[in-house]
Ligand binder design. Structure first.
Ligand SMILES: *[C@@H]1O[C@H](CO)[C@@H](O)[C@H](O)[C@H]1NC(C)=O
Ligand SMILES: *[C@@H]1O[C@H](CO)[C@@H](O)[C@H](O)[C@H]1NC(C)=O
Ligand SMILES: *[C@@H]1O[C@H](CO)[C@@H](O)[C@H](O)[C@H]1NC(C)=O
Length: 619
């Protein structure tokens, strides 16, 4: 056979081999290439002296497109130029009246409003980090969060006056300067700021005011809403802030986009991915003080929205709204975020049209990152062998009971097999750092895993249980603290909630495990919200649960709630529910018990409760 002939024969064979063994090779390569190009750009920016930061990008946009709207809010529209001038005024006012110097941290306690963004930019212009307090926190938690970032100044919304007054004595004692973002202050000891800003000069802030800042300088403190304990302040440095626009870049956001951000700006998604992303591309962002499922599409039509951000349960809430004829009447093409479950994803695109869903996985403080670049429904992203070589991660076996990774006889962690759920950990390296939290060093230490596969190696513990399938798709399973163990088996709360939520009369389900006296582990329980006008059907739910779930994963108790409580970042709250347990004398909500003989959920009674405590009823 001639050489030419064998080459010709080899082509289809290679093609077949690729199809069989590496069906995603081209997509992997393409994505890798995109990421590399992006990282090169960032690296170059970082190497510049003086250091190139978010503010330089913003000023570049101001110069290129001064009259393009940057922020839309209610019926107000602010151009890039408007926000630039506003932030100059705020910076001059803060320097004069709060005596701010480079490096001083300022805490802000504001809802979503344009001022959030121009105050932030003012602080960046002065080289001051900003601590983004969650406006829902109060008293002890407030003081804790405030203390972690060591701010000397706090700017609060006048609407949050009660919360401020509650902690004012403690703040005054620490000589903290407190301002309301209003023209006058009704509270003795709190100053007004808005009047001072309005009186200040619009002149640009010389870049010398922020000189000497580098990639490692803290830019933001963002509080991660832990499922237990007090919030932790993740330190976001300038380098991290620069890189955080990668998600909007990979999602294809451009200057023509109008990005709707229905998320709180105190969280990393809204500020670091949303607003920061818009600055990168010169896009417009629409902010809203609070997410509203019923207003969502009207807003999209009103502002000509082309892309939006979601998180947690948001897409589910949109699917749960009553169907309307104009559901597909909008210009939205892209949605980026994380936390959408597979079933909701399908329903969402079939109902609202072919919107590109850019699901990614990333934690505020973490150093691992996955992105959906193949369009696999339900996957949070894909393992990319090329990227993995640069940013190694592993999925390891985890002991849910002991709440720690499983180690073998020689003390090393064990990789799980493909398709098996495990704990995601990512290697901490110079190029893949984990900056940690402000304040108490033990918090940072707790997230570090040492001697994982060999002596001296170091990983970041994401606290997330994921599953990687044989094609390398990554599926988020559960948070470590949420997954529970019953009869020696692990139960992922999200999986059970998906099944329970598929029942036609249930709008939303929140699943958790409750401890039972004399039993190891925790037994499954579901808090559910019924669809409007529907009643609970214990037989139907039983049928669903038995058809789809192994016996150890079936919720033994069901509690009907008027609404399912979520955190500020749209994750379901479980801790309180776990504490409340299943005692019908304590819980005022309708409570049901899975009766196996009767093959249905029946009302929970004190007899059943006592029988469980007396061990006469076997679970
Ligand atoms: C949305 O687009 C329409 C048609 O192009 C235009 O008339 C309208 O002014 C736009 N609305 C906003 C808020 O930009
Ligand atoms: C996942 O991402 C790809 C690439 O950005 C996109 O084309 C696709 O639509 C996304 N997946 C789905 C199901 O929308
Ligand atoms: C389950 O239902 C059957 C039939 O109604 C009843 O006899 C039995 O006591 C129930 N079991 C429990 C634990 O309530």
């Amino acid at each position: 056979m001639s050489v030419a002939k064998s080459v010709l024969l080899a082509i289809p064979v290679l093609w077949m081999l690729k199809r069989i063994f590496m069906p995603y090779l081209w997509q992997d390569l393409k994505f890798f290439y995109k990421v590399i190009i992006y990282m090169k750009k960032i690296e170059q920016a970082l190497k510049q002296s003086p250091s190139f930061g978010v503010i330089d990008l913003f000023l570049k946009q101001v110069a290129t497109r001064p009259n393009q709207p940057f922020i839309l809010y209610q019926d107000q529209s602010y151009t890039y130029k408007d926000i630039d001038l506003k932030s100059n005024q705020a910076a001059w006012a803060l320097m004069e009246h709060a005596k701010l110097k480079k490096g001083d941290c300022v805490a802000i306690f504001l809802g979503n409003e344009p001022a959030y963004i121009w105050i932030w930019l003012a602080l960046v212009k002065l080289g001051c980090p900003m601590a983004c307090l969650n406006y829902n926190i109060r008293s002890k938690s407030f003081l804790h969060c405030f203390k972690c970032c060591e701010a000397k100044v706090i700017i609060a919304a006048p609407e949050l006056r009660n919360a401020v007054e509650e902690v004012l004595p403690a703040l005054t004692e620490q000589e903290v300067l407190v301002f309301y973002l209003s023209r006058e202050s009704p509270t003795p000891g709190v100053y007004s700021l808005l009047d001072k800003i309005e009186a200040a000069s619009q002149d640009p802030i010389p870049s010398s005011f922020r000189s000497g800042q580098n990639v490692k300088s803290p830019a933001l403190y963002i509080y991660t809403s832990g499922t237990t304990g007090l919030p932790k302040a993740a330190v976001i440095n300038q380098g991290r802030l620069l890189i955080s626009s990668s998600i909007s870049t990979l999602s294809g956001i451009t200057c023509k986009d109008i990005l709707y951000i229905p998320l709180p700006l105190y969280h990393s998604a809204g500020l670091m991915i949303g607003v920061r992303g818009c600055i990168q591309h010169g896009a417009t962002c629409v902010i809203r003080n609070k997410f509203s499922a019923s207003q969502f599409w009207d807003d999209c039509r009103k502002y000509n929205v082309t892309a939006f951000q979601y998180i947690g349960e948001i897409l589910r809430y949109l699917c749960n709204t009553p169907k309307k004829d104009n559901d597909k009447d909008h210009r939205v093409q892209t949605a980026m975020g994380n936390g959408v479950r597979g079933d909701v994803w399908k329903e969402f695109i079939s109902r609202f049209g072919p919107i590109k869903i850019c699901e990614f996985y990333a934690a505020t403080e973490g150093n691992s990152f996955f992105f959906n670049y193949t369009g696999k429904i339900g996957a949070a992203g894909k393992n990319n062998r090329f990227l993995k070589a640069m940013r190694p991660y592993s999925v390891i076996r985890y002991d849910v009971e002991k709440d720690e990774p499983v180690r073998d006889a020689s003390g090393h962690c064990i990789n799980v097999a493909k398709g098996e759920t495990g704990l995601l950990i990512s290697k901490i390296t110079v190029t893949n750092p984990f900056v940690g939290y402000a304040g108490d060093a033990s918090l940072t230490e707790k997230k570090r895993l040492y001697n994982v596969f060999e002596k001296g190696d170091l990983y970041f513990n994401t606290g997330d249980l994921i599953m990687e399938d044989s094609d390398g798709f990554i599926f988020f399973q559960d948070r470590v603290g949420d997954t529970f163990r019953w009869k020696g088996e692990n139960v992922a709360t999200t999986e059970v909630a998906d099944i329970v939520g598929m029942t036609d009369f249930i709008e939303e389900a929140n699943v958790y495990g409750v401890p039972v006296p004399y039993h190891e582990g925790r037994i499954g329980m579901a808090a559910i919200k019924l669809k409007e006008g529907q009643t609970f059907d214990g037989e139907k739910l039983y049928g669903k649960v038995v058809d789809y779930l192994p016996s150890y994963a079936r919720p033994r108790f069901v509690r009907i709630q008027d609404s399912i409580e979520v955190t500020g970042t749209f994750k379901q709250r479980k801790v309180e529910l776990v504490k409340e347990g299943f005692n019908p004398a304590v819980i005022k909500d309708p409570l049901y018990f899975l009766n196996e003989t009767d093959k249905r959920y029946k009302p929970m009674t004190s007899q059943i409760y006592n029988a469980i405590l007396e061990k006469t009823l076997k679970l």
